[in-house]
Design a protein around this ligand. Structure first.
Ligand code: ASP
Length: 331
């Protein structure tokens, strides 16, 4: 396995991740995240929130709970934080709404659940888990998904709950840019601009029974139109887990769907015997060649992780099987 070294905020030294065994890996989105655009306070806030999410997920695993419980605990913390583009902090659609997508997959039995285009479910990851466990379906969308979430006893909130100034300003900025038609790639549809920001969250956990779960939750892409659904709720694109590996992606969803990104990582390992570092890196390179960007996190049944990305940065972190937290932000 290739050595994966990334900048650590918690420890002064860089660490070769490959030498350790992990139980949980998370991401908080990839994009134009550079040291120059970051303040020490912001960096600290992200580091602390990622650490909190890792510890919450790890606590579930320590109690002997399933990887599904660990993924839920970690993602709920990120969804409840305005720092990330999921739950509170979700980006705005072109018409000023927050429309969220989420999914989960459980490697033990290949069960899966997803919700798409929801406005009122406080924690979309919980709804995805409820869909997986209790609906008899894999993906529910819009009003139907919200009705199901309500019937499942999940927290329903006024859509205003998701409003944050940062994301609102982000939409206004992007609309202004769209107006100026600046930096537009000519072959792209109107609603996509070059420096669109990402920020989805995801988690992959390995429990004491050796079962893997992967989950992803997002507000999608700023300024999205027409009920656009990204890769995050699409099993095999933004999320995948089987008996061997779990994957969660973040980035330009259209490309992750077309590359069947998450499933392709698993297929490379299953059919081509590639290790987790090679399989994930190849998928990110393929997405890059197609013109897309983003990253994936993956965790295999032996506790190996990989987290490649082709953007300037990706909020990410992992916790070892003995509870050591590691956080990275920049390339
Ligand atoms: N992949 C998400 C989407 O396209 C966006 C992101 O990762 O931030 O909806």
């Amino acid at each position: 396995m290739k050595k994966l070294v990334f900048s650590l905020l918690l420890s002064a030294s860089t660490v070769a991740f490959a030498q350790k065994k992990y139980s949980l890996v998370i991401h908080g989105g990839a994009g134009t995240i550079t040291k120059e655009n970051m303040t020490p306070a912001k960096e600290k806030a992200y580091t602390e929130k990622l650490t909190e999410a890792l510890k919450a997920g790890y606590a579930e695993l320590q109690k002997g709970n399933t990887s599904i419980a660990a993924v839920q605990s970690a993602i709920v913390i990120l969804e409840d934080s305005p720092l990330f583009n999921a739950g509170k902090g979700a980006v705005f659609t072109n018409d000023g709404k927050n429309e969220m997508d989420a999914s989960i997959m459980y490697g033990k039995d290949l069960s899966a659940g997803a919700v798409a285009g929801v406005h009122t479910i406080k924690n979309p990851i919980k709804a995805a888990i409820a869909v997986m466990q209790n609906s008899g379906h894999v993906m529910l969308a819009g009003a139907g998904a919200e009705k199901f979430a309500q019937q499942s006893g999940l927290d329903i909130v006024d859509p205003k709950y998701f409003w944050t100034k940062d994301r609102w300003d982000g939409l206004q900025k992007l609309k202004q840019k769209e107006l100026e038609k600046s930096k537009k790639i000519s072959h792209l549809p109107d609603y996509i601009t070059v420096d669109q920001k990402f920020g989805t969250v995801g988690a992959v956990a390995l429990d004491k029974e050796g079962n893997i779960a992967a989950g992803t939750s997002t507000g999608g892409m700023t300024n999205k139109k027409f009920g656009r659904i990204g890769d995050s709720p699409v099993i095999g694109a933004g999320t995948y887990a089987n008996g061997q590996v779990g994957v969660s992606g973040t980035g330009w969803g259209e490309f992750f769907i077309r590359a069947t990104a998450a499933r392709t990582v698993a297929a490379k390992m299953e059919y081509q015997n590639k290790d987790i570092a090679t399989a994930t890196q190849e998928v990110i390179s393929e997405i890059g060649k197609m013109g897309g960007d983003g990253g994936v996190i993956a965790l295999d049944k032996d506790g190996n992780i990989a987290m490649p990305f082709n953007t300037a940065g990706m909020y990410r972190g992992a916790i070892t099987q003995d509870g050591q937290v590691e956080i990275g932000i920049y390339k």
